[in-house]
Design a protein around this ligand. Structure first.
Ligand code: HEC
Length: 120
């Protein structure tokens, strides 16, 4: 009986850990999908079409002058609260986004995606 309970306990722990990872991967996938939809036109790192102008990447390249990557997806210093603030308030040449365009869940997913390489 003890062994049975131990196995049951271990399976439950594995199950919980497993689903936490699954939720994380799902959130990152949603963040990437929403970023590509709403933000990529200005913030793409890779100007696939010749002559495509990316106001976000271009501004940030000029602002940081090589000290940080211009493309948001390559950043390693972004924190979720900052990304969420910029999404809701906008910034210089960047429009803000309403909850009817980007829901709180989607906003948090985008922030998690852009902060995935930040050591916290
Ligand atoms: C119409 C073009 C445009 C769109 C669409 C856009 N941005 Fe921006 N974004 C900009 C510009 C331009 C800047 C730079 C502002 C400046 O120079 O201070 C910027 C700056 C930022 C910054 C600040 C980076 C820093 O280093 O301070 C973040 C974060 C950001 N954008 C996130 C997003 C996210 C997330 C989305 C999609 C939900 C998005 N942006 C959509 C144009 C855009």
């Amino acid at each position: 009986m003890k062994t049975f309970i131990a196995i049951l306990g271990a399976t439950t722990v594995l199950g919980v850990v497993g689903s936490a990872f699954a939720a994380d991967a799902g959130q990152l996938a949603m963040g990437k999908e929403r970023f590509d939809y709403w933000c990529d036109t200005c913030h793409a790192g890779d100007p696939r079409e010749a002559g495509r102008f990316l106001p976000g990447t271009a501004s940030l390249n000029a602002k940081y002058n090589g000290s940080r990557p211009g493309a948001l997806v390559d950043r390693t210093d972004l924190l979720p609260p900052y990304v969420e603030l910029v999404i809701r308030k906008g910034m210089e040449g960047m429009p803000f986004f309403r909850k009817t365009e980007i829901s709180d869940t989607e906003m948090k997913a985008i922030a998690a995606y852009l902060s995935r390489n930040t050591r916290q």
